[in-house]
Write a protein that binds this ligand. Structure first.
Ligand code: FAD
Length: 334
């Protein structure tokens, strides 16, 4: 297996990993980016692609998927290399360089490492239903990639939190929605709570509580009915084309725990002056890092990328003086 050599290896292609490419590029540092997911954009693309974000500076409102696309456009001049569908399993030091080994056997040697791994590789909490696998990705989904895919369908939404209620509200415009929750009250924003009750009162959404998913009925991955059960064992059958299950996420920082990093409650302790972890040359930005006053926001993560890349410069170009310059002064050149 060929070893790839680069200036900076970035673990995670979420919004913060992508912006780290930009900040590194502005300082003439080349990047390779690795992500477990098949697409770039992290949580924005995987969890809420069609939700508007309101707190990105200079964008009064931007869909999460559009933010990822804009970031890709912004980093295009720096031609980063992406290694998708693979997890970084090992991180070790060889001489002055770091060696990253991924789950599909790629080996990347870098002068510095930026960990932008968010909450780790994440996956949905799956409902404990028989035959679930047969229906997954055909009739059972854990996220909405494209609302239009559900137009005119009978959609059962399971869960009682913000995601379940927000999607029930949003999809009620185009689909026949039933929402099932094991408690009588939803755990969502008060305004969403009012909205879902209002839609139910107008007959635009059916609310079924306190019930739980009990059985999936159908063949070859095509769902026909979902059986719901209450706590006394009473069952109800609902004709259903699509089940959207929103039982939260299981986050797993996985192999990162074994790399000798200072970790508290699944977050990497860093020095906020440099964004460096306890391992010299390994930096952490975005949701994965923690320091007093840390806010888990995209805009905070963007700023952390600028700090990390300025700290890394001398690892990539030892002995060279870094003159701080505005982008308006130096422009964007690879
Ligand atoms: P992530 O987006 O989590 O990306 C990390 C990436 O690292 C993932 O793609 C993961 O697969 C990858 N990874 C992890 N471990 C490895 C490994 N070992 N090898 C390879 N790849 C790995 N923030 C806001 O600022 N404003 C909002 O309005 C807002 N709304 C939100 C709404 C929802 C529903 C959610 C869930 C979050 C929201 N956030 C919002 C939070 C925001 O999405 C996160 O702060 C942001 O995604 C963090 O970016 P990140 O790049 O640090 O991590």
């Amino acid at each position: 297996m060929n070893q790839i050599t680069t200036d900076v290896a970035i673990i995670g292609a979420g919004p913060i990993g992508l912006f780290a490419v930009f900040q590194a590029g502005m300082l003439k540092m080349k990047c390779h980016v690795i992500d477990t997911l098949e697409a770039v954009g992290g949580q924005c693309i995987s969890l809420y692609p069609e939700k508007p974000i309101y707190d990105i500076p200079a964008y009064p409102k931007i869909l999460a998927k559009d933010l990822a696309h804009q970031l890709m456009e912004q980093i295009e001049p720096f031609s980063p290399t992406f290694h998708l569908n693979q997890r970084v399993e090992q991180l070790s030091k060889q001489g002055d360089n770091f060696i990253l080994e991924t789950s599909n056997g790629s080996i990347i040697s870098a002068k510095a490492v930026i960990i932008a791994a968010g909450a780790g590789a994440f996956g949905p909490n799956r409902p404990p239903l028989e035959r679930l696998e047969e229906f997954e990705n055909k009739s059972v989904f854990y996220m909405v990639k494209r609302k239009e895919d559900f137009r005119g369908k009978k959609v059962m939404i399971a869960g009682g939190g913000d995601s379940a209620v927000d999607w029930a509200i949003s999809l009620a415009e185009i689909a026949d929605i039933t929402i099932v929750h094991r408690r009588d009250k939803f755990r969502c924003a008060p305004s969403s709570h009012d909205q879902i009750l209002d839609l139910a009162a107008k007959g635009k959404v059916k609310i079924v509580t306190p019930y739980q998913l009990d059985q999936l009925i159908g063949n070859n991955g095509i769902l026909e009915e979902v059986v719901l059960k209450d706590f006394e064992g009473n069952c109800k059958n609902f004709p259903t084309d699509i089940l959207l299950s929103f039982y939260g996420l299981a986050m797993d920082i996985g192999p990162i725990e074994n790399w000798g990093l200072d970790i508290h409650k699944k977050h990497l302790a860093i020095n906020p002056v440099t964004m460096e972890t306890n391992l010299a040359g390994v930096f952490a930005v975005g949701d994965i890092c923690s320091y007093p006053g840390k806010l888990k926001l995209i805009l905070t993560g963007f700023s952390e990328c600028a700090i990390a890349c300025h700290s890394i410069y001398n690892l990539v170009f030892p002995g060279e003086l870094l003159h701080f310059e505005y982008s308006t002064t130096k422009g964007v050149t690879a």
